[in-house]
Design a protein around this ligand. Structure first.
Ligand code: ATP
Ligand code: MG
Length: 551
């Protein structure tokens, strides 16, 4: 195929211009659209009006020298580098050298000009200038990508990265909107960042979101309704491409964002980077597609780094919490064990030394004390093991069908044994609490702790009301006492391990019961709340789904 190039001859000699024109029109390889100017000013004016691929420039012009015109061309017409062939007279080599130094492509001595010489010189100049323009464009693109990528990757915060990315890409492509759509594991997804050109309506960007969502939900095929013109094909399976082909419209440019080593090989597709232009028709250029594609790679790296950092920080935090927890365990064990151990040792030595001299009831008293202290120490160990398992996420949850009425009757019978005559335990049940599934061991942890709190923190006795209410999908359990209550300031943190109210006085406890209860409730997918007034009593509400979601 023969290319057509635009050529400008600036020469004051009409005869010479005619010769050059004739020579060039004979070129078998290129065709030229030739413009002529007989002085520097009109040559300059033509260059300002249109793009010339090559300028043939006579060094001796009536209004200024060819070199001066060349300087003005470079200074006043800035779009692309100028491709100039200088025409000199015999003996003007000095001028030619200066022209070449200023960036002229070539020079020809007029007197020796033959058709093939001129044709070859122009063809070479065109080829060279084309390569230069390509190089210039590539460098410019690399520079833009590098600066944009730098800005995107400046932050380690995921949200900031995504927001910067859409703004930068929108500015780079000068389009109406840029969206980042992230797929969720179930292939549904959402727009996680968007940049909208001022004046554009946000509703329009929601359209894309809706489409993506709709599409994401359908049989794991996200592309089937997406109005896509040009989709970078990198890494997309043929299935996707085939589907995308059918829904081409005029103005979207979509590239996938693949995370390379996210450990989930089956779904490395993180999301889509969508550039949208609707204010006017737009045919995306190859280098724009390439640019967006390269930026999506940079973005993927930034996302991965941010996610990795967040994971590391979370792991560090967990590690720190575990360390604090371990120190608390050591502190609690040494503190809580010392007092009962001292009592046990004292009672045991008294029995060994003076056992013979003590009557039976006194001996029983010492033995009873040893048993009670040993029991409470054993409970402490159990609680700590339980909390440790919870902290390490090792607690097992094995739901089975449970008869709740029987279950709570057993719990309350056990509790009855520890009651003094000043306490009254009242149990009520209503509604439908059948078809309940739960983990018996974990439920015991919850309710034994709650009932024992209600008893323990009501040292002056009073009613302890226990109520079971069944609804269609949940059961609610209320445990209400008339004890010492909890100061408002303490209430928030009581579900954390080792946390106790400031009003407990000498009532023993380690601050683990509520933390255990909360974790066990959460394993059931339920909820626990507490309301209390100091001196008035405390009410704890536990709600549990009748059937945890994975039964
Ligand atoms: P243990 O680990 O032996 O259960 P504990 O009872 O101190 O010790 P939690 O059951 O976790 O620990 O309770 C935490 C704190 O919440 C208690 O120390 C107490 O201050 C407060 N609390 C819990 N239940 C009640 C209640 N029914 N009335 C008043 N205060 C309560
Ligand atoms: Mg307790």
């Amino acid at each position: 195929m023969v290319d057509t190039w635009t050529l400008l001859i600036v020469d004051d000699c009409a005869a010479d211009r005619k010769i050059y024109r004739r020579y060039l029109l004979q070129d078998p390889y290129n065709t030229y659209k030739i413009f002529e100017a007989d002085c520097a000013e009109s040559g300059l004016a033509l260059c300002q009006k249109m793009h010339c691929d090559v300028i043939l420039l006579d060094f001796c012009l009536p209004d200024m020298s060819g070199l001066e015109l060349f300087d003005r061309l470079n200074k006043e017409i800035l779009d692309t580098p100028k491709t100039v062939i200088m025409l000199t007279g015999r003996g003007d080599e000095e001028v030619a050298v200066q022209a070449m130094k200023r960036g002229a492509q070539d020079y020809l001595v007029k007197q020796y000009l033959k058709p093939d010489v001129l044709q070859l010189a122009v063809r070479n100049a065109i080829k060279q200038s084309y390569l230069q323009a390509q190089l210039y464009k590539t460098r410019e693109r690399q520079r833009l990508i590098a600066t944009t990528a730098l800005r995107i990757r400046q932050s380690s915060d995921l949200e900031q990265i995504l927001n910067t990315a859409v703004v930068e890409v929108q500015q780079l492509l000068k389009c109406d909107r840029v969206l980042l759509y992230q797929f969720a594991p179930d292939n549904r997804g959402k727009t996680v960042a968007s940049s909208v050109e001022s004046g554009e309506t946000l509703a329009a960007s929601h359209d894309i979101q809706d489409i993506c969502q709709e599409v994401g939900g359908e049989n794991h095929v996200w592309g089937c309704k997406l109005p896509i013109t040009q989709v970078c094909e990198v890494g997309l399976s043929n299935d996707y491409l085939h589907l995308l082909e059918q829904f081409k419209t005029k103005d979207n440019l979509v590239v996938p964002i693949h995370l390379s080593n996210n450990g989930d090989r089956e779904n490395p597709l993180w999301g889509l980077l969508i550039a949208h232009h609707s204010s006017q028709e737009r045919q995306w250029q190859t280098d724009e597609v390439e640019m967006l594609n390269e930026l999506s790679v940079q973005l993927a790296i930034a996302i991965q780094q941010a996610e990795l950092l967040a994971q590391t920080q979370a792991a560090l935090l967990k590690e720190k919490q575990l360390n604090t927890f371990k120190s608390q365990i050591v502190a609690t064990v040494s503190h809580e064990y010392r007092t009962p151990l001292t009592s046990i040792l004292a009672a045991a030595s008294t029995l060994i030394k003076y056992g013979q001299q003590l009557n039976e009831s006194k001996q029983q008293k010492f033995l009873g004390m040893i048993e009670e202290k040993a029991r409470s120490m054993s409970k402490l160990v159990d609680n700590m093991l339980m909390v440790n398992q919870i902290e390490l996420d090792k607690t097992r949850f094995k739901p089975i069908p449970l008869d709740l009425l029987q279950f709570f009757t057993d719990i309350l019978e056990q509790a009855q044994e520890t009651l003094t005559h000043e306490h009254e335990l009242i149990f009520n049940s209503s509604g439908n609490y059948q078809d309940f599934w739960g983990d018996r061991g974990l439920l015991q942890q919850i309710f034994i702790n709650l009932v024992s709190n209600a008893i323990k923190y009501s040292p002056n006795g009073g009613n302890i009301k226990f109520e079971l209410i069944g609804t269609e999908s949940d059961v609610m359990v209320y445990i209400k006492d008339e004890g010492i209550g909890i100061p408002i300031a303490d209430q928030q943190k009581l579900f954390q391990s080792f946390s106790r109210g400031s009003n407990v006085g000498t009532i023993p406890g380690t601050g683990l019961g509520l933390a255990i209860a909360k974790s066990c409730v959460e394993l059931h997918g339920g909820n626990i709340q507490l309301s209390s007034q100091i001196g008035q009593g405390t009410k704890v509400i536990v709600s549990l789904p009748k059937q945890p979601s994975f039964v």
